[in-house]
Design a protein around this ligand. Structure first.
Ligand code: GTP
Length: 595
């Protein structure tokens, strides 16, 4: 136990986490040349393309120093706010963290939010200035920022380049010297933390564990404390480049357990594995059920694909327990599912996986967050869809989730960023200069406002020089109304949104204008109206056009005429028929792109 070191790497996106991890594996000869490939830890295609480590894994390295042999377990952490609970559990499995800061970029929003998680878990922090090979590196300034942030000594900061390998041996030395060995009692009842899990189509669920106390042996009867379920440890082992079975894992070890579990929902990240017959007194603290916060309807473009879509969603759910879905129907879009996601990135990932892995073409409706409705009778329930909004006579009030947002930017952009945040109902709680030209702004604002185009706008007004991170803090009462869109008098349920009453008027007007741009002219006038209850608040009209595609044929060539009609029919397939109006797919996401 005294020669084990468990650590993770925390960094802002693109500061070089994966590259540095590769170097550590290189220097410790954990990967042979044949196995070497760029960013070995990112195994999903999608991740590699996006350059985002979506799913955390762990890997064990052997390391020798002064004749002493050490086992180093690197636990990878996902790099996006949607997955912050998983990050917190990976961090809980470690005693130390490498805090990587890009020497050209300095401290960014995610550096800080991840650092807070590490500090909360009492990890030993090793600050590393990375990418020092770059000519525009600014080591002195960035070192000052790090000292200010974590209050360390300037000499505690290591300098490295994941690209050239400079400084990497010193990082390994520091891990051994500074990260504490695991503590815990090998003789105590078993207590192992599940910090991640993965679905394998042959073997079922593989749970990644860190043994906090006691010992687990192959074949042991085990119990998961929070789900209460019992299994047999069919296989346990450690994580090298592949899974290597072992007979036992002891206090301080990081490894995996396979126990015949077939679905991801049974294995909850943060749960505790213990022995059935000699259980630990209680589970490891910090367990929480992850709850989806963003909901959207997902509909097949061809209605006959509904069952295929269901099968695909079920498969996705096998390896992604945080995805939820239940059937719903929309008058406009037919049968589909209301899906719950951890956040917007998670939603995008699922959409992309449906397309790539399952070849499913879907329409996703405007996302909304999870609201809590309180009725006058004193009931309360979560609303995942604007259609669930109780009528005004029975509704008492609504609560909406609030976040604390951290934005770090160059000082020249603060003015426009403050305007943006204000327009999103944000309240500034702190403003702090990190250096003379870099500012950290802290805001409290409704999550529902971030779901619309906040991030894109932030990027464009700051010319990319703003980093942003957030976490949920609480729910607060909100004055929300349901805005409906009517096309020629028919309500289009898939276009309804819940919106703050103060913004409803402007929002309704912009929605109508945008839809006017997107809905092609048809053979009759189309009235587009925004309505709150029975009250119409905005209106636009798409003027009729008589588009006689066969007019040019002089009634002569019949086969030519038929061809043209066929062509027109095909064009229609990309449209959804709503009442007598044809609506293009992109109109359903129009709300996300209002100027
Ligand atoms: P995420 O997984 O997306 O959070 O990114 P990451 O932090 O793992 O960053 P990654 O290792 O993918 O590196 C981001 C980019 O920086 C890549 O293009 C790397 O090639 C480059 N890079 C990483 N480390 C260095 C370095 O030390 N020097 C230079 N010049 N480039 C580096």
């Amino acid at each position: 136990m005294k020669n084990i070191r468990n650590f993770c790497i925390i960094a802002h996106i693109d500061h070089g986490k994966s590259t540095l991890a590769d170097r550590l594996l290189d220097v410790t000869n954990t990967i042979t040349d044949r196995e070497k490939q760029a960013q070995i830890l990112d195994s999903m295609d999608l991740e590699r393309e996006r350059g985002i480590t979506i799913k955390s894994h762990a890997i064990q390295m052997d390391y020798e120093q002064d004749g002493e042999k050490y086992v180093l377990n690197l636990i990878d952490t996902p790099g996006h706010v949607d997955f912050s609970y998983e990050v917190s559990r990976s961090i809980a499995a470690c005693e130390g963290a490498l805090l990587i800061v890009d020497a050209t970029q300095g401290i960014q929003a995610q550096t800080i939010s991840n650092l807070y998680l590490a500090i909360e878990n009492d990890l030993e922090i090793i600050p590393i200035l990375n990418k020092i090979d770059l000519p525009n590196a600014n080591p002195e300034d960035v070192k000052d920022q790090i000292v200010d942030l974590i209050g360390c000594d300037i000499d505690d900061i290591l300098s490295a380049s994941g690209k050239t390998g400079e400084g990497v041996p010193e990082i390994l030395e520091a891990i051994v010297a500074r990260v504490p060995a695991p503590t815990g009692d090998p003789k105590a009842p078993l207590q192992a933390l599940i910090f991640d899990s993965e679905f394998n189509s042959f073997r079922g669920i593989v749970a990644y564990i860190r043994v906090m106390n006691g010992e687990i042996k192959k074949g042991d009867a085990v119990k998961f404390v929070n789900t209460g379920k019992e299994y047999q440890a069919d296989e346990i082992g450690v994580l090298r480049l592949t899974q290597e079975p072992r007979k036992s894992l002891s206090t301080g070890d990081v490894g995996y357990i396979i126990s015949g579990i077939k679905t991801s929902t049974e294995v909850k990240v943060g749960d505790t594995v213990t022995h059935r017959d000699n259980p630990c007194a209680k589970g490891i603290v910090g367990f929480a059920e992850v709850k989806p916060m963003v909901f959207a309807g997902v509909y097949p473009i061809e209605s006959e694909d509904f069952e295929d879509l269901r099968a695909s969603m079920e498969k996705l759910k096998l390896n992604d327990a945080s995805l939820t879905f239940e059937p719903e129907s929309s008058m406009a879009l037919g049968f589909g599912f209301r899906c719950g996601f951890l956040g917007l990135l998670h939603m995008e990932i699922i959409q992309e996986r449906l397309d790539r892995e399952f070849d499913m073409n879907v329409i996703t409706t405007v996302p909304n967050v999870s609201y809590i409705a309180h009725t006058k009778k004193g009931d309360k329930f979560e609303m995942h869809n604007p259609s669930e909004m109780p009528d005004p006579n029975s509704l008492d009030f609504i609560e909406e989730p609030f976040i604390r947002a951290q934005i770090i930017t160059k000082s020249e952009y603060t003015g426009s960023i403050m305007n943006l945040c204000m327009s999103k109902r944000g309240m500034m709680t702190n403003q702090q200069y990190l250096t003379s030209d870099r500012v950290e702004l802290t805001y409290e604002m409704p999550l529902g406002e971030i779901v619309f185009d906040f991030y894109d706008k932030l990027k464009s007004i700051s010319k990319g020089y703003a980093s942003f991170d957030y976490f949920l803090i609480d729910v607060r009462p909100a004055n929300l109304v349901k805005l409906d869109i009517l096309l020629n008098g028919d309500g289009v349920d898939a276009l309804s949104t819940l919106i703050h009453a103060d913004n409803a008027q402007t929002f309704g007007r912009r929605m109508c204008e945008k839809l006017k741009e997107l809905i092609p002219r048809q053979q009759f006038d189309i009235a587009i109206q925004g309505a709150i209850g029975a009250k119409i608040i905005s209106r636009e009209t798409v003027k009729a056009v008589r588009k006689d595609v066969t007019a040019k044929c002089y009634g002569g060539d019949i086969s030519r005429k038929r061809k043209l009609l066929e062509k027109q029919k095909k064009g229609k397939k990309k449209m959804k028929q709503i009442g007598n109006v044809e609506v293009p797919q992109k109109a359903f996401l129009a709300v996300l792109k209002l100027d």
